[in-house]
Design a protein around this ligand. Structure first.
Ligand code: B12
Length: 211
């Protein structure tokens, strides 16, 4: 049996090689991808966030953790997607302009895929016109916006305003999230949904598209 207790230490150390090895081993031994992610990886990221805030970890370490997480997600993502039912909708997801944080956005994308959505990942630092194009050209019916900085949160409102100006706001539902984002903020800028976590994002997305 793979030693999942080592995942915490390897991820916190940003040791991509070991994280990938443990991920592969665990999956080969039948550990469910969502269990691996939610029980053994996300809590470690939360811990990294707390340590960063307490000045116990710094930007270079976080970059290594982010890289290790991404490499593991590249393996886990297709498996999460495979467990999903028929497409529940098509989502364009991105981190807003000026913001480079993508760990949470990638988790939300993975969970949405796992929840049966087709995901168009627009990446980070995404300008409003890219969301407009995704709606017009790729049949997107849900837009998911992520922001991790208080300074980039206003870009969410700018995107919603751009959707209105381009005449596509009523073609899509918009959900938002990211550490500083709240339900109150979502209401304030006219977003349709909010969640503070990736599982909740799927629940909200399903509800909105079923409505
Ligand atoms: C990792 C990290 C980085 C990494 C990012 C690596 C990467 N590839 O993403 C690096 C080192 C690059 C970085 C850079 C910076 N960072 Co930083 N970073 C963090 C840190 C420690 C963790 C973020 C994270 O990944 N958390 C784990 C994930 C899983 O959580 P999450 O993103 O919140 O996502 C979850 C939910 O919010 C939700 N969610 C997220 N998106 C969405 C979207 C939708 C639609 C929905 C429904 C839900 C949802 O679901 C996710 C999963 O559960 C946070 C601290 C923190 N506690 O958040 C600081 C933090 C966000 N960073 C901060 C700062 C200041 C910066 C820098 C400005 C630092 C600098 N001086 O250079 C730069 C900005 C660069 C830029 N332009 O974006 C501040 C922001 C302060 C503020 N109030 O604005 C924080 C809060 C740290 C702090 N306390 O000071 N950072």
């Amino acid at each position: 049996m793979s030693d999942l207790s080592k995942m915490h230490d390897a991820l916190l150390a940003g040791d991509s090689k070991t994280v990938v090895a443990i991920t592969k081993e665990a999956l080969a031994q039948g550990v469910q991808p969502d269990v691996l992610l939610n029980k053994h990886m996300i809590p470690t990221l939360d811990e990294a966030g707390r340590k960063f805030e307490a000045n116990e970890l710094f930007v270079p370490e976080l970059l290594l953790i982010g890289r290790a997480m991404k490499q593991a997600l590249a393996i886990i993502r297709p498996l999460l997607a495979a467990t999903g039912a028929k497409p529940a909708g098509r989502v364009a997801i991105g981190t807003v302009k000026g913001d480079l944080h993508d760990i949470g956005k990638n988790l939300v994308a993975s969970m949405l895929e796992g929840g049966g959505f087709e995901v168009v990942d627009l990446g980070v630092d995404v300008s409003p016109d890219k969301f407009v194009s995704a709606i017009k050209d790729q049949g997107v019916n849900l837009v998911a916006l992520s922001a991790l900085l208080t300074t980039t949160m206003p870009a969410m409102k700018v995107i919603i305003d751009n959707l209105k100006q381009a005449g596509v706001r009523d073609k899509v539902k918009v959900i938002i999230g990211g550490a500083p984002v709240t339900q109150e903020y979502a209401d304030q800028i006219g977003a349709d949904g909010y969640s503070d976590n990736a599982n909740g994002a799927v629940t909200v997305a399903r509800k909105l598209l079923a409505a």
